[in-house]
Design a protein around this ligand. Structure first.
Ligand code: AMP
Ligand code: ZN
Length: 137
């Protein structure tokens, strides 16, 4: 299904031009317009799924394989020192475009891209409680 109000539906299906690195019947990979680093790309399915939880299993199973292949190409071509795959779900997690996409972000030593979090604190009791809640869902 496509959503006529969705910019990534339009980009993925070629109605809006983009700098495309890869395309097949299921996906398009484009360069991000606001790159975290040089070569930051987005893997976008052509069908509309708003996030990970909405994604169908068949497409979901293909995502990591595609991400791996394109990430390898980007890393080699641009001489990256490392690589992040980032995938945001929901406003609270930083998602701004509500059509599933995977960020492919090449990393360079000292690039200061700032993709990190501050380690928090927990306790064994808290960890047990979290595990209990997830196990009993
Ligand atoms: P997220 O915050 O995970 O939803 O990521 C959305 C990403 O899409 C951001 O990195 C934006 O820079 C990028 N973006 C938004 N519109 C476009 C566009 N028209 N072409 C390329 N990238 C875009
Ligand atoms: Zn869409």
């Amino acid at each position: 299904m496509k959503d006529s109000n969705c910019i990534f539906c339009k980009i993925a299906n070629g109605e809006i031009p983009s700098t495309t690195l890869y395309e097949d019947k299921d996906f398009r990979v484009i360069l991000d317009l606001g790159p975290a680093t040089r070569g930051h790309a987005l893997l976008i399915p052509k069908e509309h799924y708003k996030d990970l939880f909405d994604l169908d299993d068949e497409t979901g199973a293909k995502v990591l394989l595609k991400a791996k292949r394109i990430a390898s190409r980007i890393k080699t071509a641009l001489g990256a020192d490392g690589f992040n795959l980032v995938q945001n779900n929901g406003e609270a997690a930083g998602q701004t475009v509500f059509h599933f996409h995977m960020h492919l972000i090449p990393r360079y030593r000292d690039d200061h891209a700032g993709i990190h979090w501050k380690p928090g604190k927990t306790t064994p009791e808290e960890m047990e409680e979290v595990k209990r809640l997830i196990d009993h869902q």
